[in-house]
Each structure stands twice: as C-alpha cells, then as structure tokens.
Design a protein around this ligand. Structure first.
Ligand SMILES: Nc1ncnc2c1ncn2[C@@H]1O[C@H](COP(=O)(O)OP(=O)(O)OP(=O)(O)O)[C@@H](O)[C@H]1O
Ligand SMILES: [Mg+2]
Length: 223
C-alpha cells in the first residue's frame, strides 16, 4: 500500500556556520491510511520541526517528501497552500487561532479554505469537543484547554486524509485528553493517517506505532 505521507532521508538545518542547528537528521518515515503514529521525545529533540516538514510548512534542507504519492519538491511554491489545505489538518503546539474571531468562525475558516465538501458543520464539530456553549464566544475569552479543543475541531472538521497534531492534549485534563485521543483514534478508523507528537506516555495505548525522536534522530520504538 502506498503511504499517505512519506519522508525519505529528510534533513533540516536551521541557520548556517557556527550557528547551524541540525534539528532533523536523515529522517525516514511512512505514515499509512488508518494508522495512528505517536512521536515522542524530549524538548528540543526536533518533534515540531519533523511535523512541519511532514506538513510541508517547512522546506527540507535535503531529502524528499511525498504527500499522497505526490513529490512535494516537484511542485511550485504557489501550489503548496493547496496541498496543505487539501491534504492536512493541523493542530499546532501554540494553537494558531485568531483570537478576535469566535470559536465557530475559526473552525469555519478551515471549511472555507478546504476544497473538499464537508459532512460536518463547524458548530457540530465544536459540540463533539464539548464546546457547544462556546460556539459564539471569541477565542480570546476561552481557557487554554478550550482553545486547544477549538484547534482540534478546526483540524478534524474537514476530515482530511492526514492529521498532524503537536501536543494535542498538553493543555487538557486527563479525562478531556483521553476523549480527544478517542476522537483522533476514530479519525484513524475512518482511514485518516494520524501523527501525534506528545510527551505523555499514557497516549501510547492509542497508537499503532510509536516513534522516538532523540537529538534530531528519529527511531522506531516498541509500542
Ligand atoms: N525557526 C527556528 N530557527 C532556529 N532554530 C530552531 C527553529 N525552530 C526550532 N529550532 C531549534 O531546533 C531544535 C528542535 O526544535 P523543535 O521545536 O523541533 O523541538 P521539539 O522537540 O518540538 O521541542 P518541544 O518538545 O519543546 O516542543 C531546537 O534546538 C530548536 O532550538
Ligand atoms: Mg515542539
């Protein structure tokens, strides 16, 4: 089966000369449809960099990225936004929400940008995340955990083929965090390829595969 996302020998160095940081070293990775992959590792080991390479938000210094079989390097710069919005749902470590907009407007933006028809409305998706009463609230009035759930709703609402989640449960209490993992697991059951970055060892039971990042090196770990 062709992986929905593939990295081949991908390298990312920030800066140059004495200031150079090799954040990701020669990473090989295949994410398949229906698979939930967990990526663990200490702070600064390169997890967010890896995720942004996977999501075509960062250009690799070397190596190849294939999204749904398409070679990303072969695309023109102006084609990348369409790949990002068409193939991916992102949950960013710092949420990346628009604080002045309501929860619903933030989620609706993802629907507006997406090329795919959606079966779920923004309000419905927020309801699934326990935010039915916050739909019309502006994001700046929400707690950290509520913001995190808006970010997750925005990623899930378009039912993308690939979901990339950076510490999606970090701002949540245990119970809410596990409920979010159930939702990500359900997305995988429906055929989505899901990659989750986390420090939390309690999440391993939701994963089909666990990878470990150590000082820029990506290694397969026992699940
Ligand atoms: N834009 C950037 N410019 C220069 N260096 C960067 C940049 N982003 C990250 N780095 C460096 O690359 C390395 C990996 O950072 P990254 O954010 O990928 O780690 P991480 O594993 O996600 O950490 P955390 O668990 O704290 O989120 C770190 O040494 C960091 O300082
Ligand atoms: Mg990070």
């Amino acid at each position: 089966m062709t992986p929905v996302l593939e990295l081949a020998n991908v390298e990312k160095t920030y800066g140059s000369g004495a200031m150079a940081v090799r954040a990701v070293k020669r990473a090989d990775l295949r994410l398949h449809q229906g698979e939930l992959m967990l990526i663990m590792g200490p702070s600064g080991s390169g997890k967010t960099t890896l995720l942004s390479l996977m999501g075509c938000l960062t250009k690799p210094s070397e190596g190849r990225v294939l999204v749904e079989g398409r070679e990303v390097q072969a695309l023109r710069e102006e084609q990348l936004p369409e790949v990002r919005s068409g193939s991916f749902g992102f949950v960013f470590q710092d949420f990346n929400l628009f604080p002045e907009l309501t929860a619903e407007e933030n989620v609706m933006l993802a629907l507006d940008i997406s090329a795919r028809p959606s079966r779920t409305s923004a309000a419905e998706m927020l309801g699934k995340l326990g935010l039915a009463d916050k739909v019309k609230r502006s994001v700046r009035e929400l707690s950290g955990g509520q913001k995190q759930r808006v970010a997750i709703a925005r990623a899930l609402v378009t039912a993308p083929p690939i979901l990339l989640c950076d510490e999606p449960t970090a701002a949540l209490d245990t119970e809410t965090g596990l409920a979010i993992m159930d939702l990500l697991r359900a997305a995988a059951e429906e055929g989505c390829g899901v990659a989750v970055v986390s420090h939390d060892p309690r999440l391993t039971r939701f994963a089909d595969r666990v990878l470990r990042m150590q000082d820029g090196v990506l290694l397969e770990a026992a699940a």
